[in-house]
Design a protein around this ligand. Structure first.
Ligand code: PLP
Length: 455
């Protein structure tokens, strides 16, 4: 009898998995990377090859890939009470404990937490909350949502419409009523002779003009990431949130901080919105909330918004929206432990400690003749590749420069992310200076090789 030819994991993947956000041309030519496990900031593929993951998964595996304390918390909860919903006034004790913890951690004096399974669902839920609130308050025309160019708020129909990136066109999105204002990227959009603060003031005037043009009484709310992540790591320009906040208050437009990436320490403080004086009405969290070990999103509603939402929900006899697995106690136990780890095992301190070294190595990368801007904060950074430092003109897109760098780095055992013309890094909070050096040594070598190919 002939031996059955065993398929490789790569073949099995390509025959069975429909990958999200994947270039199928590259996948077909290079094949997938099928992983079996991780150790610290490294992951290992089915052939035993090791990769340093400079993006901590998708910004979320901040405690590394095998934190025993978090794994134990998951197992303990699985033995105690592995799953329950939060509908109809029933709830698991662990879910209550996490809600209390999140309000305590938040900048709000009081508030309530609404649980989802992802960042997209959390942002989407806030849109529905705002629509319901305004409608119940006799302002059913208040439905428009403002976000910013280069924003990323998720992939549901509503949150994709809030996402200021080109790929929405594939789906005929955005939906009507989803508006976009400027991206606060001074290096890219600042004018000659304009100071950074003047740039922020101009953006604030543009925002006010948009509100007036659309009609303030048609706007439901504005969403903003403290630091734009998928837009290419864009910290706000100087004074940006201080300039736009009074305008939103003047027109009674709620501001939602999308902290899906920034929350829980990525910028070196617990909340990016606090670091940048956003003073939001609600915070949307996900990713690091469970250190990437369980799907979870959460909306932390500030006191005023939560009181109003409870009032209108009482009038409506319920808040008619919820996800079966939202607030699942397994995820809540993982989140409670992950937060404890971030707070008490020195992870936040480590971000603050190693961030100057991370930024220094990033800036050095920015000295290369094809590097336009090296930017970042805390443990999030990007280097943007340009054809000409002065004009900031991008290289021809057919060169696929950032993808080439990321692909070559992958061969050398480094996972980094190409985003537009930028290479983006967001390592785990446990990273050491030595590991930071390892990442930048490989990246520097790779960039030099790819640039010499380009000529
Ligand atoms: N908001 C921000 C700022 C994000 O970066 C992301 C995902 O990267 C999301 C929302 C969507 O989260 P999810 O992928 O969990 O739906």
């Amino acid at each position: 009898m002939r031996h059955k030819i065993e398929k490789t994991w790569e073949q099995r993947d390509m025959e069975s998995v429909f990958h999200p956000f994947t270039d199928f041309g590259t996948l077909n030519s290079k094949g997938p990377v099928v992983l079996t496990h991780g150790d610290g900031i490294r992951v290992f593929d089915v052939h035993g090859k090791s990769y340093i993951d400079a993006n901590s998964g998708l910004w979320n595996n901040v405690a590394g890939f095998n934190h025993q304390g978090i794994i134990d918390a998951l197992c303990q909860q699985a033995r105690k009470f592995p799953g329950y919903h939060s509908f109809f006034g029933r709830v698991a004790d662990t879910t209550v404990a996490l809600a209390e913890k999140l309000v305590e951690l938040s900048p709000f004096s009081d508030g309530k937490v609404y649980f989802t399974n992802s960042g997209s669902e959390a942002n989407d839920s806030v849109v529905k909350m705002l629509w319901m609130l305004h409608r119940r308050n006799g302002q059913s025309q208040r439905r428009k949502i403002i976000t910013r160019l280069n924003a990323y708020h998720g992939v549901t129909v509503a949150t994709a419409s809030m996402t200021g990136k080109a790929y929405n066109a594939e789906f005929g999105l955005p939906l009507p009523g989803f508006l976009q204002t400027d991206c606060p990227h001074y290096w890219r959009f600042g004018r000659d002779g304009e100071s950074e603060l003047e740039f922020s003031q101009r953006l604030a005037r543009n925002l006010e003009e948009l509100i007036i043009k659309e009609g303030a009484d048609t706007i439901a709310g504005m969403f903003a990431e403290p630091v734009q992540g998928a837009g290419g790591v864009i910290p706000p320009s100087e004074g940006y949130f201080e300039e736009i906040r009074p305008i939103l208050r003047k027109y009674k437009i709620p501001l939602i901080a999308d902290e899906v990436i920034c929350g829980f320490g990525r910028t070196g403080t617990m909340w990016g919105s606090v670091k940048y004086n956003m003073e939001p009405d609600a915070i949307v969290a996900s990713k690091c909330i469970t250190a990437g070990y369980f799907p979870m999103g959460a909306v932390i509603l500030g006191k005023e918004l939560s009181e109003e939402l409870i009032r209108v929900s009482e009038e409506a006899e319920e808040f008619p929206h919820g996800f079966t697995a939202g607030g699942n106690p397994l995820g809540c136990a993982v989140a409670l432990k992950s937060i404890e780890v971030i707070e008490n095992e020195g992870l936040m301190e480590n971000v603050v400690k190693v961030s100057p070294h991370f930024m220094q190595r990033l800036r050095k990368l920015g000295e290369h003749k094809y590097a336009g801007e090296a930017r970042g904060v805390g443990l999030m950074g990007a280097v943007e590749i340009v054809a000409d430092k002065k004009t900031k003109q991008a290289l021809p897109s057919e060169l696929q420069i950032s993808e080439r760098i990321a692909n070559k780095a992958l061969e050398k055992g480094l996972i980094c992310r190409p985003l537009g013309a930028a290479i983006v890094l967001g390592p785990a909070f446990i990273i050491t200076e030595k590991e930071i050096d390892e990442i930048f040594d490989i990246l520097e070598e790779t960039m030099v090789e790819v640039f010499s190919d380009v000529g």
